[in-house]
Ligand binder design. Structure first.
Ligand SMILES: C[S@@+](CC[C@H](N)C(=O)[O-])C[C@H]1O[C@@H](n2cnc3c(N)ncnc32)[C@H](O)[C@@H]1O
Length: 289
């Protein structure tokens, strides 16, 4: 079972996304950025380094972090809003195996509203530049009850840009109802498209309303390790930094995918099987995630 490190290299962000809890929390923002020696992760059996934040491109020593990751033989993933990508030419090129650019809507006005600043054209430019630089960028499309309606338009845009779209269902419904069955069917329908990467286990888990605190499905502790911007290792996850895995209030209905997707690998059940099936389907389309 591959072990994944979710490395939050910074908690600073140059976006203010409506669905993201990280930039909204003053406590997170206070965490200083300090060097962290990735060799520590080798001892924990990590094979995949997932770089996130905050906005990772705000971290000055990001290229050094990625270079060390490659030297140590980690597979690397990074998600960015793309805002600084064009300003920092070739900063991370060749160092990231799976490069995701977040796009919340396929139209400028709606994406900019969701992100809180004008940035749609910067992301599109960044995706085009990454492609020109020989990268294989993937659009990460966070699906909300509103943005999911624009799946066909997002696919048209992906076709024009000649990239894959990874569907990332929003994982916080703020105690409101999640997706309705018709919405889930709509997502599954578009999930068959050759450009779409979808995890059917995630969709099933969403339908089942996420983690239950009385019978937790979360296996974050066994399958992931979390590193904070200051290099501190916390467990079981970024959002529950010292409590019991899957059993705290914050774990109720949790669907935080950086922890749940690896968790699906750790117990043989329908999520395990759907996860494996999705890996197979995505690979058949030409993308190993
Ligand atoms: C936390 S961001 C950090 C990286 C970077 N700042 C960015 O915007 O891509 C990583 C990804 O998580 C997504 N995200 C943020 N809040 C989310 C939520 N509540 N549910 C699902 N995905 C979320 C973002 O859209 C982005 O694609």
């Amino acid at each position: 079972m591959p072990k994944i490190c979710n490395y939050y290299v910074t908690s600073q962000c140059n976006d203010t996304c409506e669905f993201c809890p990280i930039w909204q929390d003053e406590e997170y923002k206070k965490i200083e950025e300090k060097p962290f020696d990735l060799i520590t992760l080798k001892r924990h059996g990590v094979s995949i380094l997932n770089i996130t934040g905050g906005e990772p491109l705000l971290r000055d020593d990001l290229p050094q972090i990625l270079k060390q990751a490659k030297e140590l033989g980690f597979k690397t993933q990074l998600t960015t809003n793309g805002l600084l990508y064009s300003e920092k030419p070739r900063w991370i090129d060749g160092l990231v195996d799976r490069l995701f650019f977040s796009l919340d809507y396929p139209m400028a006005e709606a994406h900019d509203r969701s992100r809180g600043i004008e940035c749609f054209h910067d992301v599109i430019k960044a995706i085009q530049l990454a492609k020109a630089n020989g990268e294989k960028p993937v659009i990460k499309f966070t699906l909300t009850r509103d943005s999911v309606l624009f799946l066909p338009e997002m696919l048209d845009l992906a076709e024009k840009l000649n990239v894959f779209v990874y569907l990332n269902p929003v994982y916080d419904f703020y105690n409101t109802q999640g997706f309705e069955q018709a919405t889930i069917s709509h997502i599954k329908y578009y999930g068959r498209d050759k450009r779409v990467l979808l995890n059917l286990a995630a969709l099933e888990f969403l339908k089942d309303n996420g983690n239950r605190t009385n019978l937790p499905r979360c296996r974050a502790k066994q399958t992931t390790i979390t590193v904070l911007p200051d290099g501190k290792i916390v467990s079981p996850c970024f959002f529950n930094q010292a409590g019991v895995q899957g059993r705290e209030d914050i774990c109720s209905s949790c669907m935080r995918w950086p922890y749940m997707l690896p968790s699906f690998d750790a117990k043989l059940d329908k999520y395990y099987l759907l996860n494996k099936w999705s890996e197979f389907l995505n690979k058949r389309k030409g993308m190993k995630l």
